[in-house]
Design a binder for this molecule. Sequence first.
Ligand code: GLC
Length: 734
Amino acid sequence: MKNLTNEKIEKRIDDLLAKMSLEEKVGQLHSINYGGEFTDKIKNWLKKGGAGAMLLVDNALAGEAEAVRVSREKINEMRRFALENSPSKIPLLTCRDVIHGMHTTYPIPLAQASAFNPEMVRECYRATGEEAKAYGVDVSFAPMLDVSRDPRWGRCIEGPGEDPYVGEVMAKAIVDGFQDGDLSKDTSLGACAKHFVGYGASEGGRDYNRTEISEYTLRNVYLRAFRSAAESGIASAMSSFNEISGVPATANRHTMQEILKDEFGFEGFVIADWLAIYQLIRQGVAEDIAEAAALAKNAGLDMDMADDAFGENLVALVNGGKVSEDIINDAVRRVLRVKFALGYFDKDSCEQKIEYDMDAHRALARRMAGECMVLLKNENATLPLSKDTPVYVCGPYAFDKRIINGSWAADGDLSYSVSVADGMSAKSDKVCFSNDRRELSVQDEILRFAPRNGKQTVVVVLGESDKVTGENHSVESIEISAGQVDLVKRLKRMGNTVVGVVLAGRPLALTEAEPYLDAILWGWHSGCETGNAVADIIYGDVNPSGKLAMTLPATTGQIPLYYNVTMSGRTSDAYYGGRFVNGDDEKIYGYNNMYDDMSACPLYHFGYGLSYTTFEYGAPVVDTAELSLDQINSGKAFTVKVKVKNTGNREGKETVMCFIRDKVASMMRPIRELCAFEKVTLGTGEEREVEFTLGFNQLSFYNAENKRVVEPGKIEIYTGADCYAEGNVNVKVV
Ligand code: GLC
């Protein structure tokens, strides 16, 4: 556990708390938002020490509005005002949604998860931390750790995808990036684990909808990334809008207090999401805002957001005996911990002058984008193209510089954005496109420019706008648009070689277009350097190595569709296309893909991604076939080794994955569970032995008693390229 605090800080907090009035304590639990003007309302709150944090956010849908612009000077002015007017001279905390970049935008988090390169993710968030701190941000409302199995939900783009282990890895990488191991460094800022908890299970993929989550699934799927964030010493967390099986997350003592704080040892503060306390009235668990404030406070929420619920009600609630001062003191301690950890009682946070190297940040953004992109199809080695090949670039997003940054990129400096057309033109003088460089209708595109001789290679840039992703943007259908399918079909029917580049935030269903594409590069919304990174891969300067962190269904109707599914008692493993049906099943039930009218197999499964080279795997080997439960519980682990060889004709990176299956346990366990991965770079012909160490953390799960346990029995281990990996070895726990 990386502690957020230490004895010295705790002592200083004790001394400070002893001096503070109840009013001032409550002030620390109240946040105000800056909407672009240093208003009298803000000043009045600050005058009496009545606000502990200021959100540099100006509306409920910060992800899509142009961010409120505020200068560092203005932030410093407000900080000074707060300090001068604070009876106990407590500094103000500024917060902002810095989700995947500041002026330099990096790929959306779901894309970064698909790089399977946590060290590079950490670097991106370290660089972002420099830019955010220079701007004057003390806490960023990231990482978003909501595991999601439903790509209709626009916010899946902000998270780690469908796998809890990837969620754990992303949590640590982003916390380490932002907090840099020591919050007191000038360029470190606090991170915020959100949205606590289960928001990704929104029914129907409809944002803000209810979630029905059993304790078993809550613990084994949705909580794991937050446990990792707590263990990484994260400074804050944010309660979510959703209810969890009838109890709103923002009033949920079981999750916020009993699990996050008591069980996971989280030492920071929990802030509500925007108006989430007020929304308890709408959710039907409070009569009015005062009752909502009492409910949330007693459930373990530490700070309000945008509804003044705590700022206006907690003093009266304490005086009225509805909330104890002990609970207030614990919450204030948590907020002060972050402020002490940031060093704000020992240095003037207004005097920090932080410089950073923008060119280096953009170069990193380009590398990260190249690591995230996923090569889904490459018939007859269509790619990479020669720079001497005449290429016609077209499609609705060929020239776009905005959507490539994705949602929650309002701070991005678009002057840095590179479109696909620009990226490709920068590499080859054989690139042509519609002269007026604007989005043409499908008909125009066809009639006006696409060649009729069928000898040309066409790169068609498809996907979705960032405006249908992120908060408050869910879709009923994830099918790629009919116009785009029509364009692809027509281009192919002319006899062209057609390369599809898909710039999307969420998984889209490409089934209709797929047969007409000779190659498909899944480019995500990969930030300001998307165009250069696409060109790097198209022309072979970068060998693609991304793998899907979220399943690409064949159709919307298949959703929810995810790899870490438990085995049905009657039908086979539809996600796995019958791979695990054995003779007996065949006789009794036959292979049943669970629909009469459609396969239940994804178009592209979890972990899938091609390279310009090929890799071969040996069989996994374990250093012991048997371990006792006592050995595992006392920390003993075993190793799994697997050889992987680059059998192609160029260097490449390969993410080697290790899955387990606990086939007989006290609760049903998934057919495959990712428990470790390593991305290796192999030269032509090079072979490497990759080693995984598996122990309690990798084998344990939460049982029916909500205890994290390893149970006796056979554990199947699978190693390989993706969730269909077949290299198998067993270890027995006795
Ligand atoms: C929004 C989002 C949350 C964000 C907060 C502040 O509604 O749900 O992710 O951090 O409000 O902008």
